[in-house]
Design a protein around this ligand. Structure first.
Ligand SMILES: N[C@@H](CCC(=O)N[C@@H](CS)C(=O)NCC(=O)O)C(=O)O
Length: 208
């Protein structure tokens, strides 16, 4: 098994945090997406979406979405579970994780990719070249604030997003909070529950 990755980027980080928590080490190969290596013919043959991370199995199968890679790896490495132990927990974790990606992650990405010179002509990740839409920067900021508020409310009376234990949903929310710093955003001061949850996660993940 091998992971094609670029460690500084936020989606690869989600997978790295997942594996780090479990203490699992998998061979990696860096695809430097700052230098455009994701568009090379050799990487396109591995992942035609031209995105990282990509998990390549020993039989050549490639899994190109973090949530699917985590689902696969969870079944290989079930210790320190991060995807729930009952069908209901699993459903809740995947549901939250999906919302965290579509509402939080994409809000930050919308701000970054439509506002930065570096992403001119590449407003979405991957193979399709798209022009920036500057109005999406402000919209992304509104979406991100609404997202932070929603998670703050959810965490008002619980330590983790689902049940009593850390899950992939917590890891991905943590990755969003750090990704937000790329666009000079952070957890609002008045989101006190989210703030204390973040400090809890720093300890859980042994980050600092
Ligand atoms: N849906 C993918 C998203 C992967 C993705 O967007 N990765 C970014 C790095 S964070 C990428 O490869 N960007 C390449 C580019 O900007 O061209 C997943 O869940 O892993």
């Amino acid at each position: 098994m091998k992971i094609y990755t670029f460690e500084a980027a936020p989606n690869p980080r989600r997978l790295k945090l997942f594996l780090g928590y479990k203490g699992v080490d998998i061979e990696t190969e860096t695809i430097n997406i700052r230098d455009g290596e994701q568009f090379s013919d050799s990487f396109k043959a591995i992942n035609p979406d031209c995105t990282v991370p990509a998990l390549q199995l020993d039989d050549g199968t490639v899994i190109t979405n973090v949530i699917a890679a985590c689902l696969y790896l969870e079944s290989l490495y079930p210790e320190k579970p991060l995807l729930g132990l009952t069908p209901l927990e699993q459903a809740k974790i995947v549901s939250w994780d999906h919302s965290i990606f579509t509402e939080g992650f994409t809000a930050v990405a919308e701000m970054l990719r439509n506002g930065s010179e570096a992403f001119k002509g590449r407003a979405l990740p991957g193979a399709v070249a798209l022009e920036q839409i500057p109005g999406l920067v402000d919209r992304g900021q509104i979406r991100l604030q609404a997202f932070f508020n929603k998670l703050d409310t959810h965490l008002a009376d619980r330590e983790f997003i689902v049940g009593n234990a850390i899950s992939l949903a917590d890891i991905d929310l943590y990755a969003v909070c750090d990704f937000a710093k790329w666009v000079k955003q952070s957890i609002p001061e008045d989101c006190r529950h989210l703030q204390s949850w973040y400090q809890r996660m720093v300890k859980e993940l042994g980050e600092k």
